[in-house]
Ligand binder design. Structure first.
Ligand code: ADP
Ligand code: ZN
Ligand code: ZN
Length: 743
């Protein structure tokens, strides 16, 4: 037996794995992750390394392979646990061990020290408070927000102020001129943690909250480690529950990881954790440099923090004694990695927790089918929170059939109901959000005579018309002038159909000339900070109506929004994806949840061409249970996850003919494998099919799907396919990736 051993796990490249022979007496003891002592280099210096894999064959000259000396005597280190987790990920999601190690281990990178800008408060508390009430009186909201923050903490990091507080440089400059603050630059130690003085306000837990906290504590103190799913409507107080659970764990000297989708990682959320746990909290986000991320990881490793908050990658925080992993908004697709290994954070968290005796808490207003399915089968403990903590009412929802609108003569993209309600909000000085499930000025260009659609020559997707008169590809950026005649039949009846956010903005501006309208989509948020600027302008009530794509429905609280309009609710139903019903239900529920977060009750209008579709009916009724019942029946009938497991084998390459041939061979091989193992009846092989887009940047793509009830069967197939493509010529000119239960 031989072991793969990695010597330097902090190195940027992290790709040197050495093979050693396992002495007989260690054969039964050695597992991936273990720290071992090995002879290294020409002098056979004794150094430590980590085992990353065990195999029966050796790739090197056997006479030169050295023996492992011993298993390290030290206690189990966190690296050992993470390497074992990496081995599990490689096994269950495919890819190489190196790829898995790079995903889980904090890797040091060389980097220059950063120059950071900070804002320092110059006034005393009393003057500051007077100034604050002055700003509030004058309705200068940005200034008031900055002042309030400075009263909390006299030194603020510039990035935090602009990005999380949504305050622009001119506002900072203005306050600097007034002598309120000074903007200073200095070289700082990389430490993004914000400290704040004010303690969290005391709340009395609701009965729903208390029940969950009590049950969790009872389990935890009895040494039981479980996975819990909290299904709680938005605003039901889930975050308060998480924090209380974390407190239980931290009081026992353990640490906690909180995963939150990046888009929901707002200033308000982060501040709530700081107030509760002070500087024992650390934040991870994509704005941190690699060096800052590494520093955060090391602080965690050294026991300097108790709570790490961040998106998916924070799951691998090297805490020495992990007690709890919380995954908020557990249904979000961003928890699935798009790079090999294509792991899902939920499953990986549960695995990590199992290996380290930690608990897992999942939370969502619209739990994923996977999580609810497992909860209902008793694998997770299910908790329900049905009421908003401060007893605000849920929005009143109207569903409008747009076909009927057209029949009765309304050709506008806005239904009459929505028009009336917008008018009413404008008169009352309340705000409206209009949500469109789509980007760009307009959709594809097609010929009304022959049906020809203008496509990108590289990507096989339709081009979109932009206002500057060009047609563009959303995948590769290809651009060409707009056509006036059909290239196929010469007809002049060629044009773009369907509305985009820009067109809606124009229509709204035309219909309500006095209204201030903002638009947020990928086109208006391309520049740095644009995203935050638009949101802060809307939060400051500088606009009456916000038009946007799905990026407006997440993670933001606008108390003055009392109307949400969902235009073309069913557009997300027509993607070629078995999760489209689930995505639609989640998006609609989130959108509807945006209305009436403040004191006043909200209304929502869902416009659709398919008012009978269960995803729309159940979202309008805000009835998760009914949606789940329908959806799970469909998944069971079709054999889709979570009822069964699905493996997508993505095959890509430049040579289309070779790709077709390779896919045929692969499919036959997989069928042979299944029948040999006697699994043919339960394994279904589908394809090769189009993965939606057949070609990206001149690389052709195909996908083969394999469905079966047992995950292990899929893992077995993956292992054999990896070996098969290794030894068969031709496959070296193709790229093969595995995606388990793709999203
Ligand atoms: P969720 O995470 O479920 O959306 P939050 O925990 O963010 O809910 O709670 C929503 C708001 O209600 C927050 O401002 C929170 O401070 C407040 N809140 C939560 N629980 C209570 C409570 N028991 N009493 C008063 N306010 C509460
Ligand atoms: Zn034509
Ligand atoms: Zn393209």
């Amino acid at each position: 037996m031989f072991a793969d051993v990695i010597i330097d796990i902090q190195h940027e490249k992290l790709d040197k794995i050495f093979q050693y022979r396992i002495p007989e007496e260690l054969e039964d003891k050695l597992t991936p992750g273990m720290e071992v002592v090995v002879p290294f280099g020409s002098g056979n210096r004794q150094i430590k390394g980590y085992v990353t894999g065990i195999c029966e064959t050796c790739d090197y000259d056997l006479s030169k392979v050295k023996n492992i000396i011993s298993i390290s005597e030290r206690g189990v280190e966190i690296e050992t646990k993470l390497i074992a987790l990496a081995a599990w990920m490689k096994e269950n999601y495919g890819g190489t061990m190196i790829q898995a190690l790079k995903t889980v281990l904090p890797i040091k990178q060389k980097e220059r020290a950063k120059v950071k800008k900070r804002i320092r408060f110059l006034l005393d508390k009393e003057t500051g408070e007077r100034q604050l009430s002055y700003y509030l009186e004058k309705n200068q909201k940005a200034r008031a927000r900055l002042m309030a923050a400075l009263l909390d903490d006299p030194v603020l990091e510039y990035g935090l102020v602009t990005k999380k507080l949504n305050i622009t440089l001119p506002v900072i400059r203005a306050l600097e001129e007034q002598g309120v603050l000074v903007l200073e630059s200095r070289q700082v130690f990389r430490d993004p943690v914000k400290k704040t003085g004010r303690a969290e306000k005391e709340i009395t837990f609701t009965e729903e909250q208390r029940r969950i906290i009590r049950a969790f504590r009872k389990d935890y103190e009895a040494g039981l480690r479980k996975t819990y799913l909290i299904h709680g409507v938005t605003g039901s107080g889930k975050t308060e529950v998480y924090m209380e659970m974390i407190r239980t764990v931290v009081e026992q000297g353990k640490q906690a990881i909180v995963l939150i989708p990046e888009i929901a990682l707002t200033y308000q959320t982060v501040m709530r954790f700081y107030r509760k746990f002070g500087d024992r909290v650390s934040i991870m986000n994509s704005r941190l440099s690699a060096g800052e991320r590494y520093d955060q990881m090391m602080r965690a490793r050294e026991g300097k923090v108790d709570v790490m908050i961040g998106p998916r990658s924070a799951l691998f925080t090297p805490f020495p004694d992990l007690g709890l992993i919380v995954i908020d908004e557990e249904h979000e697709p961003t928890y699935k990695s798009e790079q090999t290994p294509r792991y899902h954070a939920r499953e990986t968290a549960i695995r990590r927790a199992e290996m380290e005796q930690a608990g897992v808490v999942l939370g969502s207003a619209t739990p994923s089918m996977e999580a609810m399915y497992r909860a209902r089968r008793g694998e997770y403990i299910l908790f329900e929170m049905k009421n908003r903590s401060r007893m605000q009412q849920m929005a009143e929802v109207y569903t409008v059939d747009m076909r009927a609108e057209l029949k009765s003569g309304n050709r506008s993209i806005l239904s009459r109901r929505l028009q009336e309600l917008i008018q009413d909000r404008l008169e009352k000085g309340e705000q409206t959000m209009l949500f469109l499930n789509r980007r760009g000025y307009s959709g594809f260009v097609s010929c009304r005579e022959c049906g020809h659609v203008i496509k990108c020559p590289h990507c096989d997707v339709s081009l979109s018309v932009h206002r500057d008169g060009t047609m563009r590809c959303h995948y590769c950026g290809y651009e060409q002038p707009r056509v006036t005649a059909c290239p196929e039949c010469g007809s002049h009846y060629i044009g773009e159909f369907r509305a985009g956010t820009q067109q809606i903005e124009d229509i709204v501006k035309e219909s309500y000339p006095g209204a201030h309208v903002l638009r947020m989509d990928t086109d208006t948020t391309r520049s740095k900070d644009a995203h935050e600027k638009i949101l802060s302008a809307f939060a400051n009530e500088e606009a009456d109506i916000l038009v946007g794509t799905q990026m407006i429905v997440k993670g933001h609280d606008f108390p003055n929004v009392t109307l949400v309009g969902v235009l073309a609710a069913d557009m997300s139903l027509y993607t070629s994806d078995y999760r489209s019903g689930e995505r639609t239900f989640q998006l609609l529920t989130q959108a509807v949840g945006r209305a009436g977060r403040g004191e006043r009750p909200g209304k929502a209008v869902i416009q659709t061409y398919d008012p009978g579709h269960y995803a729309i009916v159940t979202a309008a009724a805000q009835d998760y249970g009914a949606f789940y019942e329908e959806e799970i029946r469909y998944r069971e009938l079709m054999g889709y996850p979570p009822a069964e497991h699905l493996l997508a084998v993505l095959v890509s390459g430049e040579d289309e003919a070779l790709l077709e041939k390779g896919c045929r061979y692969l499919k036959e091989y997989i069928i042979r494998l299944a029948s040999k193992a006697g699994h043919l009846r339960e394994v279904r092989v589908i394809g090769p099919a189009s993965p939606g887009i057949d070609k990206i940047k001149d690389i052709y793509r195909r996908v083969i799907y394999i469905k079966t009830e047992r995950y292990k069967t899929l893992v077995g197939i993956k292992d054999r396919v990896e070996q098969y493509i290794d030894i068969n010529p031709g496959f070296d000119r193709m790229r093969i990736q595995f995606d388990f239960n793709p999203m």
